[in-house]
Design a protein around this ligand. Structure first.
Ligand SMILES: Cc1cc2nc3c(=O)[nH]c(=O)nc-3n(C[C@H](O)[C@H](O)[C@H](O)COP(=O)(O)OP(=O)(O)OC[C@H]3O[C@@H](n4cnc5c(N)ncnc54)[C@H](O)[C@@H]3O)c2cc1C
Length: 434
C-alpha cells in the first residue's frame, strides 16, 4: 500500500512540500487548505492598495498541482490533530496519515485586544486585502462628500500600526497613491494633503534591517509624506481613532501590521510551542517523539541554526517545505535523515513605486536599482506564468502612467435590497410553525 502523506495548508511551505512529493513512487499525498487558492502574500499589499487584482497573485491549488497524479487536493479546515491515532479531524471528516506536514502559517496578533481587529484589519488573506482596499478608497470618497473640516481631515488620515516591511509597504503605497494617482481625480479635496502616519512601538522602523538601510527607508517614506512615530505603543483603537497613551489620532482608517502569531491549530493540540504559538521543531523539522509529523513555515519555531528562531519569511517556508518532501522520499528509500539548513539569500522591502532597500549578507543597496531587484525577485517567486506575465504588464502600465488598475470599491453586501430581504426573513420565520 502507498504511504499516505497528509499536508495541512497550501501556502508556500505546504505547496512546496507537495511538489517535492509529486509523482514520487509509492506515495500518495493529500493537501488540504481552508481556501481553494494558494496566495503569494508578499504581493498582497499591492491588492490592498489597488495596484493588482487578487487573481494576479493567487491561483487555485488544484490547478497548480494538477500535473501530479499522486496528489489529491481538498478544500477544508483542520479542526484538531490527534497524534495518538495518526489522524486529523477536518470540518468534512477525518483523514489518517503515515506522515503529516503541518503548514498552516500565521495570523495577526492584537496583543490580547482582538476587539481592535474590526477597526484595524490586518493583511493576510485576499478577503482582508480587498477589505483594506475598500476602506482606503471609500475614505477618499467620503472626504470628497464632507464639508466639515475636522471630519474631512479624519477621512484623509490613515494610521498604519507596525513598522515592519508590511507596514512600510502599506504606508509608502498610500503616500504615493494620494500624491500621484488620486491627486488629479478629485475636485473638492486635495489628496496630496492626506496624512499617513506609521506607528511603531520600537525605537525605529524595520528592525530586521541594518540601521543605515532602515534610516534610508524612513527618509524615502518621509518624501512620500509619511510621518513616522517611533516608540509609540498603541493603547486603544476604535472606529474614529488610534490612541497611544494620552495621544489620540483621529482617523477613519487604521490598518494593522504589527504582531503575528502562529495559526491556532498547533497551539491547540498540545504540541510544544514558543511564546508566539510556533511549534518547536527538531533539527529535521519533525516534532519531538513524533518523527512522522513535520511542521514548516510560519508555524515552525526552528532554533538549531542561529541563536534566534528563523524569521517567518517566504524563503524559509519554501526551503522547509522542499526539505520535508525530500526527507520523506529519502527515508522511504532507506536513507538516513539530515538536518535542515536554511540558505539565507537576503532580505528586501519596497517603499512606493520606485524605491526599495536590499540586504544580501554584508552587501547593501537602496533606491531605484534595489527596487528593480525587488521586482525581479518577486516576479520570479510568483506562482504561474500567467500571473507573472500580467503582473509585469500591470507594473509597467502603473509605472508609466502613475495609475492603479484595481481601484474598485467592492461592497461586502451582495444583496440589492438587504433591508427588505432581512424583513422578509423575519416575517417568514415568524409565520413558521414552531
Ligand atoms: C502582507 C505580507 C507580506 C509579506 N511580505 C513578505 C516578503 O516581502 N518577503 C518574505 O520573504 N516574506 C513575506 N511575507 C511572509 C511570507 O508570506 C510567509 O512567511 C509565508 O507565506 C509563510 O508560508 P507558510 O506556508 O508557512 O504559510 P501561508 O503562506 O500563510 O500558508 C498557510 C496556509 O494554511 C492555510 N490554513 C491555515 N489554517 C488552516 C487550517 N486550520 N486548515 C486548513 N488550512 C489552513 C491557509 O489558508 C494558507 O493557505 C509576507 C507576509 C504577509 C502577510
Amino acid at each position: 500500500m502507498a504511504t499516505h502523506v497528509l499536508i495541512i495548508g497550501g501556502g508556500i511551505a505546504g505547496l512546496n512540500a507537495a511538489k517535492s512529493l509529486g509523482d514520487a513512487a509509492g506515495i500518495t499525498v493529500t493537501i488540504v487548505d481552508r481556501q481553494n487558492h494558494h496566495l503569494f502574500q508578499p504581493l498582497l499589499y499591492q491588492v490592498a492598495m489597488a495596484g493588482l487584482s487578487p487573481a494576479d497573485i493567487a491561483a487555485p491549488i488544484r490547478s497548480i498541482l494538477s500535473g501530479f497524479s499522486n496528489i489529491h487536493v481538498l478544500q477544508g479546515e483542520a479542526r484538531s490533530i490527534k497524534l495518538d491515532c495518526a489522524c486529523v479531524e477536518f470540518d468534512f471528516g477525518v483523514l489518517h496519515y503515515d506522515y503529516l506536514v503541518i503548514a498552516c502559517g500565521a495570523t495577526h496578533s492584537y496583543f490580547g485586544h482582538a476587539e481592535w481587529e474590526e477597526f484595524a484589519p490586518g493583511l493576510k488573506t485576499v478577503a482582508q486585502a480587498t477589505e483594506i482596499r475598500r476602506r482606503v478608497l471609500a475614505a477618499f470618497e467620503q472626504a470628497e462628500r464632507i464639508e466639515e473640516p475636522d471630519e474631512q481631515k479624519k477621512y484623509l488620515t490613515f494610521v498604519i500600526v507596525g513598522g515592519g516591511p508590511t507596514g512600510v509597504e502599506l504606508a509608502g503605497a498610500i503616500g504615493e497613491m494620494s500624491r500621484y494617482t488620486l491627486a488629479r481625480d478629485f475636485r473638492r479635496i486635495n489628496p496630496r494633503l492626506t496624512r499617513v502616519i506609521l506607528v511603531e512601538a520600537g525605537p525605529r522602523i524595520l528592525p530586521m534591517f541594518s540601521e543605515e538601510q532602515a534610516g534610508r527607508a524612513a527618509r524615502d517614506l518621509e518624501k512620500l509624506g509619511v510621518q513616522i512615530w517611533t516608540s509609540s505603543i498603541v493603547t486603544n483603537v476604535d472606529a474614529n481613532g488610534v490612541e497611544m497613551g494620552d495621544e489620540r489620532i483621529q482617523t477613519a482608517t487604521a490598518l494593522w501590521a504589527a504582531g503575528t502569531e502562529a495559526s491556532e491549530i498547533g497551539r491547540s493540540n498540545g504540541m510544544p510551542v514558543d511564546g508566539r504559538g510556533r511549534v518547536i521543531v527538531e533539527p529535521d523539522l519533525s516534532i519531538a517523539d513524533h518523527s512522522n509529523v513535520f511542521v514548516a513555515g510560519d508555524q515552525a519555531c526552528f532554533t538549531h541554526q542561529t541563536d534566534r528562531p528563523l524569521q517567518g519569511t517566504a524563503p524559509v517556508a519554501l526551503q522547509q517545505g522542499r526539505f520535508i518532501g525530500k526527507t520523506i522520499v529519502q527515508e522511504l528509500s532507506g536513507k538516513p535523515r539530515t538536518q535542515f539548513q536554511f540558505f539565507d539569500k537576503g532580505q528586501m522591502a519596497t517603499i512606493g513605486r520606485s524605491r526599495a532597500i536590499v540586504e544580501i549578507g554584508r552587501f547593501k543597496f537602496a533606491g531605484w536599482f534595489a527596487w528593480v531587484t525587488w521586482l525581479i525577485v518577486h516576479i520570479y517567486y510568483l506562482t504561474g506564468f500567467k500571473n507573472r506575465f500580467f503582473v509585469v504588464l500591470q507594473w509597467a502600465w502603473s509605472y508609466m502612467t502613475f495609475r492603479r488598475g484595481a481601484r474598485l470599491i467592492v461592497e461586502k453586501e451582495w444583496r440589492m435590497n438587504q433591508l427588505e430581504s432581512e424583513e422578509m426573513l423575519v416575517d417568514t420565520t415568524d409565520d413558521m410553525p414552531r
